[in-house]
Write a protein that binds this ligand. Sequence first.
Ligand code: B3K
Ligand code: ZN
Length: 888
Amino acid sequence: PTLIRLEDYVAPIYWIRTVELSFDLDPAKTLVTSKMQIQRNAAVPHGPLRLHGEELTLLRVLINGESVSFRQEGHELIIEGAPDADFTLEIRNTCAPEKNTALSGLYTSGGGFFTQCEAEGFRRITYFLDRPDVMAVYTVTLRADQAKYPVLLSNGNLLETGELDNGRHFAKWHDPFPKPSYLFALVAADLVSREQRIRTRAGKDHLLQVYVRRGDLEKTEHAMNSLIASVVWDEARFGLPLDLERFMVVGVSDFNMGAMENKGLNIFNTSALLASAATATDADFHRIESIVAHEYFHNWTGNRVTCRDWFQLSLKEGLTVFRDQEFSQDMAAAPSARAVCRIQDVRALRSGQFPEDAGAMAHPVRPDSYVEINNFYTATVYNKGAEVVRMYQTLVGRAGFEAGMKLYFERHDGQAVTCDDFAAAMADANPGSALATRLEAFKRWYVQAGTPRVQARGSYDAETQTYTLTLRQTLPDTPGQTHKQAQVIPVAMGLLGADGQALPLQLQGEAAAQGSERVLVLEQLEQSFVFVNVASAPVPSLLRGFSAPVLLDDGLSDTELLMLLQHDADAFNRWEAGQRLALARIIGAVRAGAALQLDAAFIQAMRAVLRHAELDPAFKALALTLPDEAYIAEQLAAAGHSVDPQAIHAAVEAAHIQLADALHEDWAWAFDAHQVRGGYQPTPQQAGQRALSNQALSMLVLHATRSGTTVWPGRAYQRFKDASNMTDRLGALSALVNAHAELAVPALERFHAQFRHEPLVVDKWFALQGRAAEVDGKTFARVKQLTQHPDFTLKNPNRARSLIFSLCMFNPAAFHRSDAAGYVFWAEQVLQLDAINPQVAGRLARVMDRWNVLAQPYRDAAREAIARVAAKPELSNDVREIIERALA
Ligand code: B3K
Ligand code: ZN
């Protein structure tokens, strides 16, 4: 395996301008013919034509209709004697879709054909310059059995269809937009579609189609609505219209990730597409809306303007995640619902990206090297990348950001570009802005890995009525990177007076106060900001809305945090204050090695949130959710402590139980007061009510099973049986399962029997058990047993994730066992999966990223398990890279 480095980038020696592809589809052996118009790139020195190809059988190679000599080396087809002038290259090869369990390239699923080409799957279909800076116009002819595969789709517009001999038929597609091979797609299957015609602002008519298997049609309404909303939003917010007459979305149940933005033919994991009240939860509805939007938004940020090379992946991913986050907030509309979106995004960043940024796989938003690019579709590239884009907006303002986007498309439409090009457009559209004046320093966000730490200390001088806020940043070392330079950190902030009111903000040197919220830009290692005319000692509210992806230490006392929790004008920071109070108590107990005992002040603060007359139920549910165990672990690690997952879990569990006990009456009130009347709607309002009532129910059942009472478990079982929607049904079921209530057993059985024909619901059934709170090793034992369940298979990625990932990734207390059985299980599963699907195996391998900070005996045991995997000679590049980095 070779290390690919950004600094080695060279433009291609040849361009492929057009390609005519034809497919004779057959599961065992599909014949592919490719006819390419090729042009030498005069800008670079001459050299042989090297095409990528993997797992292919080559039948013939013709240049301008004549046979030509070539050789094959590894995964390359090399032609030395290609002409100088433009020429036609014709290639014929076969591939074996039904043997393709890696689900990259052309594969079969549920009796149909589907493709996944990003990042390097196209080379598993035919020989090609499979790199994103080679963009071609595609014409595609599909031929297949008409009865088995009545629907034949590819990118762009349908030119022609017709019947052939032997019960076969064909369809011919043409995509007018030049595109890189990773955006190619085809589908041949027995599907039906929901269709909707829309007219956009620009007055153009478009056909939107969502293709799924016959029985799933009624589950596509939400996806269609989300798609329409996305089209409308992108035009309204960024002036970006739909550029194709036809836009298709297709569902497939075997898929490596959420979805894929192929030009005009998005392919979706059914889990990110299908929803009905009976089978999907509020969280599923929300996820579907955001993924449909994400893939649609890629049409401009990714497809019309694409990446020059894969190091620039965040150019499209960070930007598109930012766009889908903004879309979700705009859809949520109400200010409190927007804050809820932001809190959820930050929670995801902290529990997924912060550990990554501190671990063995830490890499910059623009990585500088990789072995297997699929390993770099990471939380850093996606979520930290989105935070970087958000910081542009914070520095230039919303209108300035929109101007930057406009300039970016004016300059680069139809091109394959770099993150520098995006940065330049943003700065050039906003001359003199807080971004443009420090652009080079800002761009360190792309280059330096690791989560910056910001320490903030304030001091008040009553005599001069000044408040001095000193901010210091430290940049932690990460693998291969030390002695980092200061980053540009926008700190949105306000000051609160003694009674909680927002104070006017006037910095020294300013003539007058300028509002009560502003953005300080920390760009040196240490900087002080002096506020004048401050009447009394203020409480600072820093990093409002989480204005930068950093770890903040503001040194605030409990009293100050309680004040922020009650009064901060920024909803995010109100939530954050509550989390900080909880975190301090949990970390305190873990570090002292003592049992956690919640104090009355904290419990009272939580009660006040729960009973608050005005706060949104969704916000309350988040405020009453304890910090994620992975985030707690990172806090400890950042402070130089080793991580004992069992100790963390015990402290969190204790806090959980004490909140269940102490607020028992309040939870009972919350449960009753937040019942949704009327039909199911996946709106933020209804979802918030369900979130809070389900949280209340799980607290009540937990309290009851511990105190040996049966009323609440009984009510939960009743609700589980009678629920009119999946959110409440699953909420009640997980309340029983997590409390290990006796009724959990019949409830699980009943649930499986009721939904065994709904694969996405069976996934939930496995996931719930994989994530169940661990008590005496019961969860772990159950998961091992479930791997033998007739419905379990590693071949379907959703199913593998539902059980194995749930345990290894999301259930630290069940996974990190002192007898190392969790690690042994992990090693076995990684090896088994690797033989089937390296991408999914690589993802599972990442579970051990942070083995290095574990306390004993976990640390040694984890290392041994990793070494066991490393010892296997026939590992995929995907797993090998992760494992070697872990051991480095
Ligand atoms: N661009 C795809 C991800 C492809 C992952 C390949 N391993 C989905 C998305 O981000 O929209
Ligand atoms: Zn994306």
